[in-house]
Every structure is written in structure tokens, then in C-alpha cells.
Design a protein around this ligand. Structure first.
Ligand code: SAH
Ligand code: SF4
Length: 375
């Protein structure tokens, strides 16, 4: 992937209305097989969409011409348009996509590990990618530190609009269909506030005839809607769970995340304890570290106690500042001390690399710049 700074503007988003065809990516293979007979055609169509990244039904040459024409009348294959692409010096690439109604959402391709070769020139390993995708336009949860929250809530994404973000990114970066990619639902929106569509997208991503991304390669991050965590657990999807905790006492958490009034820390911990976790996995607790707010060792101590008895890992995140926020990024030293306190006492704890910091990779930030006309 090219690492120099590129900026491409394909067009400004405009709100417009027209009759929308159904998004074919909204359908699971089974739903498609119900609609398109004979049923083996659904498998072929899935392969065209998710292996060959087709953008026009006319490309689907192994389908009868009449079927291609009927599909084009009923469905759209291209529900998203790329508005901007920004490259970071660390190899991550951020996309702003426009939906059919003019709203925009972000997704980020993160290069977790570069391609490497042995000394004899043979391939040691391929690049490793994680894609961060959005589940809603805006968010209702209203966290004080989050830029997505500032724009309010517009609407839920459909399963197809969620799936399409990854398909667009894979196509744009020539990532072959059979290459493993990890997915994190850590873009704009609260995934559990759009549970049905998110769960459907997890299943579509996992389809063997489609992108074949196993659920254990997909992580849903939530601000802690306890009742929905329980519901998600009962769905037995096999996905990984990440909890955006950010504070260890209810008073502070309530100030940072108003949702804590409805679902306090104790209710989240109970829901996590009931959640089915893959034997080889842990529940991730994300802890956004804000200078002089939640970065002291007393908080680390409480965190340790809170997670006692849970198969947990902690991911410390540097607060990523943006114009107009009163919050500040913590020092590297404070982050390291916080981490060390936990790891020395046996809790897995990593510091999230500030991937794409130069392109404002904390989700919501590119969109906000675009709406303000800064991009
Ligand atoms: N709504 C879900 C998922 C999307 S937010 C959730 O909150 O978990 C994904 C992550 O981005 C959250 O952990 C959130 O705390 C983090 N985030 C939000 N604003 C940020 C900022 N300014 N700097 C760094 N991380 C931020
Ligand atoms: Fe919504 Fe997550 Fe942002 Fe909170 S951090 S406002 S839950 S997107």
C-alpha cells in the first residue's frame, strides 16, 4: 500500500431523495436463494459480489442475460460512494463513504503488520489488515469525548451498508477475497443500538461463499448496553466482545458516558460474566485515557479489582484531541505506568498504537472535518 499522503475528493455529499432499489448486500445467501431460483444462482451471485467484487450485474456472465437484467431492475450493487480517501504515514487508510440519502460514514483500513520477506527473497508473511467499520450515522449515546456524538444521531445502517464498507475497501486495495482480514465494529455508532443489522452483517461476513471472515475475527465494541450484551450473547454468534469502559467509578463514567445512568458498571460486569467467550479469547476492555481525568494509578488499581475473575484484557487508548475539546492526550509516561501497574499484577494490558493519528483515525473525525469543509 502506498504510504504517501494522498487526498482525493470525489464529490461533496448532498442530501437527495430518490426511490431506492433494494441493496443486494442486505441479503444473506439463504434469503437470496429464496428469491432467485434455482437456488444455486444465489451461490454464484455471492461469489460475484464477494470474491470478484462486481459492481454491475452485467459482469455476472455465468448468469442468463434475462436474470442479470431482472436483478438490475430490482437491486443495487453499489450502495456506497467514496467521498474521500486519506492515507496515513503508518499505512492506514481512512475512507469517507456517502450513502444513497447523502449521509456519510467512515471506515478505516489499518495495516497491522507489513508484508515481510526472508533473506532469500521468499515471502515470510503477508500484510495483516484490520478494518474498522461504522454501524450507524451518528450515535445516540452521546459520550462527552467523542466527535461522532457531537453530530447527533441520523439513522441506523442496514446490514448491506455495513458489509459494503469492507467490500469497497477490499476492492480498492486489491485485497484478494481469500485474504484474512479482521473486522472491528469501532467506527461511527453504537453497534448494539442497531443489533439486528449488525448481527446480520456478522453472518454475511462469515458466509463461506462470501468473504468467509470467521466470527472470531470480528469484534463488536460497545459502550455497555448491558441488556443488549445479554441479548447478543444469546445469539451465540461467536464474535469477540469489546467494552468501552473508560472509567472505573459510576460518577466519572456518568460524566463521560451518559449511558452509564441506564447501565451502570456493575450491570456491565454482570452481562460480561454471562457472555459466551471463545476458549482462546478474552473480553477486551477499552480504556480511553484522558489526561488528568482517568489516568492515575488509583484508577488502575480499581480497574484491576473490577476485572478480577473475568477473562479480560485491557486496551489503553490515547485520547485523540480535536478542535474544541477540553480533554487532553495523556503523556506517554503516564500511559506506560498505568499499563505496567496492570501487567505486573497479571492483567493483560496493551496500549493501542496511535494508528493513523495524522489522519484523525478516531472515528467521526474525518467526517466532522468534511462537514466543516476542512478536507
Ligand atoms: N460505540 C462503540 C463503538 C464505536 S467507538 C463504543 O463506544 O465502543 C470506538 C472507540 O473509539 C471507543 O472505544 C471510543 O471510546 C473511541 N473514541 C471515541 N472518541 C475518541 C477520541 N477522541 N480519541 C480516541 N478514541 C476515541
Ligand atoms: Fe457513540 Fe461510541 Fe462515540 Fe460513545 S464513543 S458517542 S458510544 S460512537
Amino acid at each position: 500500500m502506498c504510504k504517501k499522503q494522498i487526498k482525493s475528493t470525489v464529490g461533496k455529499p448532498t442530501l437527495r431523495k430518490y426511490k431506492m432499489k433494494q441493496i443486494i448486500q442486505d441479503l444473506t445467501k439463504e434469503e437470496l436463494a429464496e428469491k432467485i431460483k434455482p437456488a444455486f444462482r444465489a451461490k454464484q451471485i455471492y461469489q460475484w459480489i464477494y470474491h470478484k467484487y462486481a459492481t454491475d450485474f452485467e459482469e455476472m456472465k455465468n448468469l442468463p442475460k434475462a436474470m442479470r437484467e431482472e436483478l438490475a431492475v430490482e437491486y443495487t450493487l453499489t450502495p456506497l460512494k467514496t467521498v474521500t480517501v486519506q492515507d496515513s504515514i503508518d499505512g492506514s487508510r481512512k475512507y469517507l463513504f456517502e450513502l444513497h440519502d447523502g449521509h456519510t460514514v467512515e471506515a478505516v483500513l489499518l495495516l497491522m503488520r507489513d508484508k515481510e520477506y526472508h533473506e532469500d527473497g521468499s515471502l515470510k508473511h503477508q500484510e495483516r489488515y484490520t478494518v474498522c467499520i461504522s454501524s450507524q450515522v451518528g450515535c445516540k449515546v452521546g459520550c462527552a469525548f467523542c466527535l461522532t456524538a457531537k453530530g447527533g444521531f441520523m439513522r441506523n445502517l442496514t446490514a448491506g451498508e455495513i458489509v459494503e464498507q469492507l467490500r469497497m475497501i477490499k476492492k480498492d486495495n486489491d485485497i484478494a477475497a481469500n485474504r484474512r482480514v479482521n473486522i472491528v465494529f469501532m467506527g461511527m455508532g453504537e453497534p448494539l443500538d442497531n443489533l439486528e443489522a449488525v448481527a446480520k452483517s456478522v453472518r454475511i461476513f462469515a458466509d463461506e461463499e462470501g468473504m468467509a471472515i470467521a466470527p472470531h475475527r470480528q469484534t463488536i465494541s460497545t459502550s455497555g448496553l448491558s441488556s443488549k450484551i445479554e441479548k447478543l450473547g444469546k445469539m451465540e454468534l461467536g464474535i469477540n466482545l469489546a467494552i468501552s469502559l473508560h472509567a472505573v467509578d459510576d460518577e466519572l463514567r456518568q460524566q463521560l458516558m451518559p449511558i452509564n445512568k441506564a447501565y451502570n458498571i456493575e450491570s456491565i460486569i454482570t452481562a460480561v460474566k454471562n457472555f459466551p467467550v471463545n476458549d482462546r479469547k478474552r473480553v477486551m476492555f477499552e480504556y480511553l485515557v484522558i489526561k488528568d481525568v482517568n489516568d492515575d494509578i488509583a484508577a488502575a488499581k480499581k480497574l484491576l479489582k473490577l476485572l478480577d475473575g473475568i477473562k479480560a484484557k485491557v486496551n489503553l487508548i490515547y485520547f485523540n484531541p480535536y478542535g474544541g475539546t477540553e480533554f487532553k492526550r495523556p503523556s506517554e509516561e503516564d500511559m506506560k505506568q498505568f499499563q505496567e501497574y496492570l501487567t505486573k499484577r497479571g492483567l493483560h494490558c496493551t496500549i493501542r498504537e496511535s494508528k493513523g493519528l495524522d489522519i484523525s483515525a478516531a472515528c467521526g473525525q474525518l467526517r466532522e472535518q468534511e462537514l466543516e469543509g476542512d478536507v
